[in-house]
Design a binder for this molecule. Structure first.
Ligand code: IMP
Length: 183
């Protein structure tokens, strides 16, 4: 889906598909250097990270494994509840594994800070984070993100996996949602 297909629902275009792919390539080059000689386990956080995971995994030139977790901290609104629940757990034993959490966006940071602690407690050799977007102004806890794509303003964004009430995930780029959509 293109921006033009939902132009009435969009307040501002932030990143095109090309800009996102260029950023993912840039992050991939760093990841390849840092994990050279290791087999990294990419842990995608459903459902928002599906697009980042698919593109990052294919861009990387080192061997990887993939696993998925689903956690919930949001309902259909636009504010983080701070309550994290595991809806789907990993199938992989993390003992001794180098884990790279792949996230779409860090808003309050509550979800990721909880998730990192949870995965570390399972005996992983290392746990790092790759997040395509971060909203620094919305941070409620400090999260150390080793691979960060773009810093964005504190607005509700959709596209490239990010939804509002399950809509707009298939938008190719990333845009600020027009307030009338959720008002
Ligand atoms: P946090 O716990 O506040 O950092 O929230 C993280 C999760 O909230 C992300 O993985 C997204 O699923 C969701 N989220 C946060 N901000 C946005 C947004 O602007 N658009 C869509 N989803 C968002």
């Amino acid at each position: 889906m293109e921006f033009s297909d939902v132009e009435n629902d969009i307040a501002e275009v932030l990143y095109t598909e090309q800009e996102i792919h260029a950023k993912i390539a840039e992050l991939s080059r760093r990841i390849e250097v840092d994990y050279a000689g290791e087999k990294v386990l990419l842990v995608g956080v459903l459902r928002g990270a599906v697009m980042v995971m698919a593109d990052l995994a294919r861009e990387l030139t080192i061997p990887i494994e993939m696993d998925w977790m689903a956690v919930s901290s949001y309902g259909s609104g636009t504010q983080s509840s701070g309550v994290v629940r595991i809806l789907k757990d990993l199938d992989t034993d993390l003992h001794g594994r180098h884990v790279l959490i792949v996230e779409d966006i860090i808003d309050s940071g509550l979800t990721l800070s909880w998730l990192r602690g949870n995965l570390e407690s399972r005996g992983a050799a290392s746990v790092e984070i790759c997040a395509l977007l971060r909203k620094p102004e919305a941070a409620k806890v400090v999260v150390d993100v080793k691979y960060e794509g773009f810093q964005i303003p504190n607005a509700f964004v959709v596209g490239y996996g990010l939804d509002f009430a399950e809509q707009y995930r298939n938008l190719r780029g990333i845009a600020v949602l027009a307030p009338h959509v959720y008002a």
